[in-house]
Ligand binder design. Structure first.
Ligand code: PLP
Length: 495
């Protein structure tokens, strides 16, 4: 059953799934949302017998209705292959009283790989379907992980180029090294003198600049986005929630239909929104537990109904969640406003003009399945150490935010519903913060000494993504002011 996607800011702007993927962002800064969220329509017991690719096909074919079966199989087979270091793609492991869904077995060892491995396939397939003859230029703002995952996905993909902007002083040394050593010939990376919100705002501005779009079109280019505002990111992320739930069925831990909680360490609200969409497709979820770090705008929002970004931006040990403007929350706001583009636009206008907005009591009431809390830097370190001491399992700082918040939730509510925790990065990506949490003495060691020490402690082999950058050469060294982003993109494209 084919349905359309529609802008959260203009009810008249619609697109097919493939058009929405190509565009990335709707006009006027709106985001594309599906007109319908169809039921999965396959019994969980049956899904429990399928592998990752088969589950991916069931989920994605419901949501991306203008792709043919062959096209989807081509995309899925190309994405979820040996790039992942386990055939399970997203293994589920039991530690600390919860089911840890490891989403970091892809090429760049962060959960962004789950969607960015397939996005280039979806994008180039969409371009072919829609008769696009221009070169697609992917513009990306990153808080650290999207950047490398998008670079790895789009590197040397014919018909595409990719430019990535990251906050020069706001990512981990390993995250930065992963990006600036990217060899793909169609890639460009720049650090900006600003934070992630500045990078994201700059990118959104370029998307909305009609004159720039025209100039690009004349030179044979068109922009698209690899950020989580693109539904081509969102839809593949629904898959692993369905997958992990059905793994618990296969393991005999739960029965089909039993409810679970889902805990997600959250920044831009893309990952947790995918969990919410999974529930709208039929996944039985008791609570969505939204875990924030010290940048706790979302915790405040879920507890008060007021979204307020007027506060200091705090650099934490979980940099991929250092965000004050959670873009994808807009999709939830649109929905709880009754799919009302006008009402949503008003709130988003308040956000851009005053930096805050407040939802109605009725809207707030419809968020009863969401629980928000946060963990500060010290709690994150304590939790890494606690989990490690229990059974030698090492989690990264982002996953630790989620685990710490889950502990608070359990303490507060006594809820013992089986719980899936999204583990969003390998500890190898944030080695210094992770190792010094386990023992402060490690701080005297060099970055790669820490890597080797972590291998010894965790008995998990150093991932290829880390081995690769030990000796890799820096190929990107552009640093720019936040108002120079357009200029450097033009330089990169040679226009
Ligand atoms: C991007 C990221 C997050 C936040 O995900 P959102 O979809 O932006 O909420 C959390 N942890 C890690 C490691 C990430 O890379």
């Amino acid at each position: 059953m084919e349905f359309l996607y529609r802008s959260t800011r203009n009810a008249d702007e619609t697109a097919t799934a493939s058009e929405a993927i190509l565009k990335g962002l709707a006009e006027e800064g709106g985001l594309f949302v599906p007109d319908e969220i169809p039921a999965l329509g396959v019994p969980f017991d049956v899904l429990a017998t399928m592998d990752y690719k088969q589950v991916a096909f069931e989920v994605m074919s419901r949501m991306l209705t203008d792709f043919t079966e062959d096209e989807l199989h081509y995309c899925i087979d190309g994405a979820y292959d040996k790039k992942f270091d386990t055939d399970l793609i997203a293994p589920v492991k039991y530690h600390h009283g919860a089911y840890i869904l490891e989403l970091f077995h892809g090429k760049t060892i962060a959960f962004k790989d789950m969607a960015l491995s397939i996005l280039p396939y979806l994008m180039t397939t969409a371009a072919k379907k829609n008769g696009i003859d221009k070169e697609i230029v992917i513009l990306t703002a990153t808080s650290g992980d999207t950047g490398k995952a998008a670079l790895a996905g789009f590197a040397d993909v014919p018909g595409t180029r990719i430019a990535v902007f990251y906050p020069k002083s706001g990512v981990s040394p390993i995250q930065e090294k992963q990006m600036v050593t990217e060899k793909g010939k169609n890639t460009f990376v720049a650090g900006i003198k600003g934070n992630f919100d500045d990078a994201q705002t700059g990118v959104k501005k370029m998307f909305q600049d009609k004159a720039l779009a025209k100039e690009l079109a004349e030179k044979g280019f068109q922009f698209s986005s690899a950020n989580s505002i693109n539904i081509g990111r969102l839809v593949p992320q629904i898959v692993y929630y369905v997958y992990s739930y059905t793994r618990l069925i296969a393991a005999g831990t739960i029965k089909a239909g039993d409810e679970v909680n889902i805990v997600v360490p959250t920044g831009n609200f893309g990952n947790i929104l995918a969990a919410y969409y999974a529930s709208l497709m039929g996944l039985p979820v008791h609570k969505f537990i939204c875990a924030s770090n010290d940048n706790k705008v979302l915790y405040d929002f879920f507890t008060t109904g007021k979204y307020d970004k007027n506060r200091d931006f705090i650099l934490t040990t979980s940099p991929s969640m250092d965000i004050l403007i959670s873009s994808n929350l807009e999709r939830l706001i649109y929905r709880i406003a009754g799919n009302d583009a006008e009402k949503n636009s008003e709130l988003m206008k308040e956000l851009s003009e005053k930096g805050s907005y407040e939802i109605t009591d009725e809207m707030k009431h419809s968020l009863f399945k969401f629980y928000g809390n946060y963990a500060n830097v010290e709690e994150v370190a304590d939790t890494i150490r606690k989990v490690y001491d229990e059974d030698g399992y090492v989690i990264d700082t982002h996953t630790s935010v989620a685990v710490a918040v889950y502990d608070k939730y359990k303490e507060e509510t006594g809820d013992d519903t089986p719980t899936i925790i999204a583990s969003t990065a390998s500890p190898y990506k944030f080695t210094r913060s992770v190792m010094t949490a386990i023992d402060a003495e490690y701080d005297s060691m060099e970055d790669f000494e820490l890597v080797d020490k972590l291998e010894e402690l965790s008995a998990v082999k150093v991932p290829a993504a880390i081995e690769e950058i030990r000796t890799a050469e820096v190929v990107h060294n552009t640093v720019c002011e936040k108002d120079e982003m357009e200029k450097v993109v033009k330089d990169f494209l040679g226009i």
